[in-house]
Every structure is written in C-alpha cells, then in structure tokens.
Design a binder for this molecule. Sequence first.
Ligand code: IFM
Length: 447
Amino acid sequence: MPFPQGFLWGAATSSYQIEGAVDEGGRGESIWDRFVRVPGAIERGETGAVACDHFHRYRDDVDLMGELGLRAYRFSIAWPRVLPKGAGRRNEAGLDFYRRLVDRLLERDIVPVPTLYHWDLPQALQDRHGGWTGRETAERFGEYGALVFEALGDRVDRWITLNEPWVSAFHGYHTGAHAPGTRNLEAALRASHHLLLGHGRAVDAFRASGRGGEIGITLDLQVSDPATDTEADVEAARRSDGHTNRWFLDPVLRGSYPADMVAVHEDAGRAFDHVRPGDLATIAKPIDFLGMNYYFRRDVAAADNELGFTDVPPRAGEPTTEMGWPIRPDGLRDQLLRLKREYPPLPIYVTENGTSDTAEPGPDGRIEDAGRIDYLRDHFAAAEEAIRGGVDLRGYFVWSLMDNFEWALGYRPRFGLVHVDFATQERRPKASAAWYARVIGGNAIVD
Ligand code: IFM
C-alpha cells in the first residue's frame, strides 16, 4: 500500500553532531563545546570539534542526498554560529553558511526543514542566565528565531522550533548526562518551562515576520507500558507518560500542564513560581504541525526515587538495537493513534526514527546493514497502519543521514544511512541507503 501522494521522505541530522568547525566562521562557544571537555562526560573523551566536517563538505553531502533521492532534509541551525554570544551582534558568515546550504538543497529539489534548536545553546547564555533555567534565555530564543526567519525566510517555508525539549531539560539539568551537566530536578522543571516559552516566543516571531510557511515543534514521544498489572506499576507507567510525553504535549496543544504531574511535583514541594500569567497562552499558540521522534516503547515499574518510576530492561530474548533499546515498532503506530485520539487534529511528521548498527565495509566495500533495513521496514509499516487508522502523517525523516557524534556516547553508535570513516571523512552509502532510495522512489515499502 503506497503512502499519501507528496509524502515527505527525508533524513535528519543536527548541527553539533555533524558540522565540526567549532572555531571557524565566527562561531561562538556552545554548551556542548564546554561539556565535552569535562573528564568522563563523553565516552573516550570524544568531541564534536570535527565530527563529519560537514561545514566544509556540505556541498558533497547535499549531492549525496540528491543521489539517495531524498525529498527533504532536516538539519539544525547552530545558534552560536548565528549569534556567537546568543544575543546582540549577528554573525553574517554563520547565516551565509546556512543560506548556501539551503540554496544547494533547493537546487536539488530537496525541501529544507531547519530546526532552530538542537541542544547547542550559546555558552554565553549559560554563563549569563543559567541557560534554560533563566527566563531570559527564552526571550533571547524568540529574538534569535526572528533573526533567522528574516535571514532565511525567503528560502525556507517549513520550520521546527525545538528538538526534543524533554532531552534538553531533563538530560541537561536533571540526569546531567548532557550539557550543561546539571543534576537537579527543580532546575530541569524550570528549564522545561523556559524551553516551551521560547518555543511560543519563536512561533509569535514567525507569525509576526509575515513569512508564509509552517512552523512546528519536535517532541520525542515514547510509549510507557506497566511492567506488571499491579496498581503501582500502572501508576508508574502513567507517570512516565506524564513526565516524558504529556509534560510537553499538553502545554503546546492544550495550554496547560498535566494536573496529575503538577500534583506530583507540588506534593514533593517543587516550586512552580517560574510559570507566569500568560505563559501558557504563549506556549499554546497554534502551530502548523507536530514533529514526533520515536525510538522505543518502554516497560516501567514503580520505584522509590524522585519521580516514582523506573524503566525495566527489555524482555528476555527480545531484539534490541545496539543502544540496548527494545525494537517495538507497534509503539510508533500506537503513539500516532493516541495523538489522533487525545489531541486536537494536526498534521504530523515523524521527524526522527532509526537505529544504530555498527556494520563496517566488507571486503567488497559494501556495508550490509540488514538490521537497519529490517528496523526501518517494520517502522514504516507501523506508520502506514497509523495512516490507515486515520492519522494525518505527512512525512518521515530517518535518523540519520550519516554516522555522527552521538552525544555522551561519542562516535561508537552509528545511526547513519551513510557510513562515515572518521579518519578520512570518506562517505559510503550503506545497503540501507539504497533500500531507502527504492522506498522513496516508489513511495511504498519494498522488500
Ligand atoms: O542522535 C540523537 C538525536 O540528536 C536526537 N534524537 C535521538 C538521536 C539518537 O539518539
């Protein structure tokens, strides 16, 4: 069964994970440039300083996208490349890089889908305002958005404000696994609110710019199932869903935080004085589409910790990705159907889905990543089921175009359709890339 006509098949990346050139072209320091230098923060002490060297190789990379038949490319703009200090003086050379990238995409009929924020906050805003724990960062984000819409709005008509604010807030400020490495749940709650407020400010700036086009947000939405049918585990799964999904879906699409989760935090004495009158109306400004990233569905059990739940390991014998994530494509279908059932109608894009697979070139040079093909085939089929169930799914972006810097795990996980030899920067499309090109060409899943 084919996908709807015009279905936007693409691939995704992000600035810090691929660009490199962190000290070039007038780019300022980001919180990731600083965090990667913390001993033990990143496996093997790796950094994104060179990454895929995409900043210098973007022309060839776009040509490669053309050869793969991609219809769309989702990338992110590095805020410190455009505003080295996060605000104030703009860096024309940084804007020019993105202008050239977009022009090259358009020349090859590839729809550019930039994300304004994929985690590389200007370090100056961390120093000055405590990063996202400070309300000022949300205000600066709105201004940054206005600047980018003005500079690129003549060439781009589909925008994403934030990528996975749950990860930015809770890995950045609660678990400390990501930059800036803070470990404090209250700080993470503040950060989540200011990320959402920044999203709302950027949507306002986009509408005020008068540019045509569409704007949305990308949330990472995973399904949480109770590990057992005990009341405690059922409640744990509800909390997990509240913490990871509804904490962002509800403010953006309903204009309120989920009452059950607010009660959990208030009962624990966590303050909400950072939420000011009018904020939720800003956060809930109408958007044109929702981006959903999907990687797994989790089993959750009750636990005696700050949030009252914990993930349990994948079931015995169950297939997992090399990240250790259980492979459960039905979660993609179920989450899409749930969005349709419980939230106002909105076009949806799967803005990320994919798997790590460390297949290396064989003697003939081919990279047989059969595991990735199986993974994608099953997830595309789940998306197709959701479409048949009435979900208005408009496109699908595979994570990732090419192997890249996987944050705290460095370069070990390889998520790319294209293999990157990080010693030589040679790109080599894997078997999955050729398979994906056939899917795109026929707008249908192939064997
Ligand atoms: O690499 C990340 C990406 O930056 C955000 N979504 C999940 C991917 C795989 O972990």
